[in-house]
Design a binder for this molecule. Structure first.
Ligand code: UDP
Length: 499
């Protein structure tokens, strides 16, 4: 039984501060909604340009009696030289615009603090990692600050390992593997697969230093994870970061139980679900591979063509979420390729291309889906685990290579496609994964070989664990209740002049 009780948290006011990147906002909003399900009064601080990706589900929650308020901040568009409404970073945001959006978010601080100090009774701030200054805001208010990072606990521990032990400086070549020192598992990673900011001074590295400092000074961290999967890393995190740490996921499954929540999650322009579901429902169980690279990635046309060939040659049907790309230097032969390809696979019924925003939760839970090709963004990774899908891992940027390690080597529920080199989120990189390698990895994961069967059964067991975690008595549920009780007792102490 799922708990939707409201008695646990009378009069507790928690403020959520999501960051202006789609995949940061989505899980944080799910988390806020879970707190609201358990009787906490929630205020979400955001801007008008961001609210569209979650407004409908919040309206539905409010109609179910949950106490959620959205307070709109005024994005300083003029100050950073942006047109009105460009306030969130997604696949269509050019890198210079993204930088201006980040700058605009930084300028929100006085507005946020004024609102928190003057207008609201606050008992806790749950802040995206990219608002490190909220640790000071919370201190001024005398309330705890929880940091939210939309990645795995594993990846945060791995990053800290390289910062503390600098193992990457011990090898001579970028292709050599280095030990991720101090983790609960013995793991190695090629230096070329490490984020640049961990290897040399970069602007992002300076931001991450602030993030890490504020993380250590936070009351605790909340992750979209669950103890059966990452428990060892939750304990390790507490030791290395020296704060509390709670896994309270999978948040997507917990928060989005209504069909409409699943269908409309994440973007205003979601692909029409009816035709897609009809297509999926016509397919046999476990016969379709879902191919998606998250909310922000774009590939060069040459890479799209390799993927297309691999999918067309595969014995399995597919859904592919493709991001339109206007890259320069496309040859004559490449022009028009995707249109022709789509026409062919549509006519034969082999494939379904989504050129915009996919209703991912609905797709993943459909019985026809037998596996996923993923870039190892954490949200997609945990959403796939939740439904027991084995994965073809194709990491690209951010902490995705660490997630690949977790999926392939620790949990053993995926096959690596063999990407060799990390690149930044706003670059295409020079590496093109060949159709043969793509086809081979898909064949392995979707096939009936011993390895595939074992992987599928491990993925299924993990799915069951993840579903149990959010039930009454499950680990994520218990931790949420623990957080709420702790916030209550901190509030009492505060009211009694204790802190
Ligand atoms: N997502 C979606 N439809 C899409 C693309 C992404 O619903 O077409 C959702 C997906 O379910 C996940 C998030 O957007 O919750 C993407 O986050 P992830 O961490 O996987 O990747 P990122 O976008 O950070 O690369």
């Amino acid at each position: 039984m799922l708990s939707h009780g409201g008695a646990e948290a009378n009069n507790l006011n928690v403020v959520f501060l999501p960051f202006c990147i789609t995949s940061h906002t989505i899980p944080m909003i799910d988390m806020a909604r879970i707190f609201a399900m358990h009787g906490v009064n929630i205020t979400i601080l955001t801007t008008a340009g961001n609210v569209g990706i979650f407004q409908k589900c919040i309206e539905r929650d409010i109609s179910h009696g949950r106490c959620i308020k959205i307070h709109l901040l005024e994005f300083p568009a003029k100050q950073v030289g942006l047109p009105i409404g460009l306030e969130i970073v997604n696949a269509n945001t050019p890198p210079p615009t993204a930088l201006k959006i980040f700058e605009g978010c930084e300028l929100l601080r006085p507005q946020i603090e004024n609102y928190l100090f003057d207008k609201l009774e606050v008992d806790c701030i749950v802040s995206d990692m990219f608002y490190p200054w909220t640790v000071e805001t919370a201190a001024k208010l005398g309330v705890p600050r929880f940091v939210f990072c939309p990645a795995s606990i594993f990846s945060r521990c791995a990053e800290l390992s390289f910062i503390q032990h600098t193992a990457h400086t011990e090898v001579k070549s970028d292709f050599e593997k280095v030990m991720i020192i101090g983790l609960p598992h013995k793991l190695e990673i090629a230096r070329l697969q490490l984020p640049l900011w961990l290897k040399e001074p970069t602007e992002f590295g300076s931001i991450m230093k602030l993030v890490d400092d504020s993380t250590r000074r936070s009351y605790g961290a909340v992750f979209n994870s669950f103890y059966d999967m990452e428990g060892a890393y939750e304990e390790h995190y507490k030791n290395v970061f020296g704060t509390k740490c709670w896994s309270i996921g999978p948040v997507s499954f917990w928060a989005n139980q209504d069909l409409s929540d699943k269908a409309e999650r994440g973007d205003e322009k979601v692909e029409e679900g009816d035709v897609l579901l009809q297509w999926l429902n016509s397919k046999k169980e476990n016969s379709v591979i879902y191919v998606s690279f998250g909310s922000i990635n774009k590939f060069l046309t040459s890479q799209l063509i390799e993927i297309a060939h691999a999918l067309e040659a595969s014995t399995h049907d597919f859904i592919w979420v493709v991001r339109k790309n206007n890259d320069v230097g496309v040859s004559e032969g490449e022009q028009g390729f995707m249109e022709e390809f789509e026409k062919r696979v549509k006519e034969s019924g082999k494939g379904y291309l989504i050129w915009g925003w996919a209703p991912q939760l609905l797709i993943l839970e459909n019985k026809a889906i037998g596996g996923i090709v993923t870039h190892c963004g954490w949200n997609t990774t945990i959403e796939s685990m939740n439904v027991g899908l084995p994965m073809v891992t194709w990491p690209l940027f951010a902490e995705q290579f660490f997630h690949e390690k977790l999926v392939v080597e620790v949990l053993k529920i995926g096959v690596s496609i063999g990407v060799r080199k990390w690149r930044d989120w706003n670059e295409f990189g020079s590496e093109v994964v060949k159709r043969e390698d793509i086809g081979k990895a898909i064949g392995l994961v979707m096939g009936n070989g011993k390895e595939a069967k074992e992987m599928r059964s491990r993925a299924q067991a993990l799915s069951e664990d993840s579903k149990k975690a959010i039930l009454v008595g499950g680990s994520s549920h218990a931790k949420l209740i623990q957080i709420i009780e702790e916030l209550h007792s901190l509030k009492l102490q505060r009211l009694n002049g204790g802190i």
